[in-house]
Design a binder for this molecule. Structure first.
Ligand code: ATP
Ligand code: PRP
Length: 219
């Protein structure tokens, strides 16, 4: 394939990447919210976007099915980053990874007395490393979504999930008890594409990187 393919996920990543692409002179030919197409041509001949699940973006880029992609740091840490070059922190989709419990749960007390704590999360790698770093032994329960339900239903004592405004926690009577790390989305590249398609890929990476600080400042 001679052209360039950029992997994005629908929703927040697509919407927040759009202004960066526009600054680089790239405008999708269709709106993914109304189109059912998974490959979107753009105004730039040879540049197309592919729409995949957020957690599949690194896989597409790693295997060269996409030359570039935009993925959250959470997704990249869970993926492991193997076979990926991460050239730019785009500063978009800004949130944080945190531990939350039901309001009133004695997190500090339970941690202090070394109680066996059950933690439900989609982010098992991040959670495992965080608790290991604190010398805590926890039982991790893997979930694929609706983490907030776990402490409410008795499945777990705590969750590790993304928090932005805190509204989701509040709506479910949960409180943040630990902040693990800030999260933003990164531009990732296939190392082979960077070499073999350098003439096209490098200027595009540079243009997106140049637009990113302005976007980050605006959010
Ligand atoms: P998948 O579809 O693969 O399950 P997802 O549902 O987490 O993934 P999105 O909700 O579109 O996908 O989130 C994409 C990225 O945006 C996440 O990986 C994270 O980095 C970031 N993100 C998630 N939630 C928020 C939020 N509330 N505010 C800001 N950024 C967020
Ligand atoms: C994410 C995350 C939290 C929520 C936090 O979910 O999983 O549930 O955002 O944001 P807040 O602190 O601003 O409420 P999202 O809205 O992406 O839905 P999803 O679970 O379908 O990914």
């Amino acid at each position: 394939m001679n052209g360039i393919t950029i992997a994005l996920s629908k929703g927040r990543i697509f919407e927040e990447t759009l202004p960066l692409l526009a600054a680089a002179g790239i405008v999708p030919a269709e709106d993914p919210e109304t189109s059912r197409k998974l490959i979107l041509p753009t105004n730039r001949p040879g540049v197309s976007l592919v729409l995949v699940r957020a957690s599949d973006v690194p896989t597409y880029v790693q295997w060269g099915a996409a030359d570039l992609g935009v993925a959250g740091k959470d997704v990249l840490l869970e993926h492991g980053g193997e076979g990926l070059y991460q050239p730019v922190d785009l500063g978009i989709a800004r949130c944080r990874m945190a531990v939350a419990t039901k309001r009133g749960y004695d997190w500090a007390g339970n941690v202090q007395r070394g109680a066996r704590i059950r933690v439900a999360t989609k982010y098992v790698t991040i959670a495992r490393e965080f608790f290991a770093g604190k010398g805590m032994h926890v039982d991790l329960i893997k979930l694929y979504g609706s983490m907030e339900l776990a402490p409410l239903s008795g499945l777990a004592d705590a969750i590790v999930d993304l928090v932005s405004t805190g509204n989701t926690l509040k709506a479910n009577d949960l409180v943040e008890v630990e902040t693990i790390m800030p999260i933003t989305s990164r531009l990732i590249a296939n190392p082979g594409s960077l070499k073999l398609k350098r003439d096209v890929v490098k200027p595009l990476v540079d243009a997106l990187a140049a637009a990113a600080p302005a976007m980050a400042a605006a959010t």
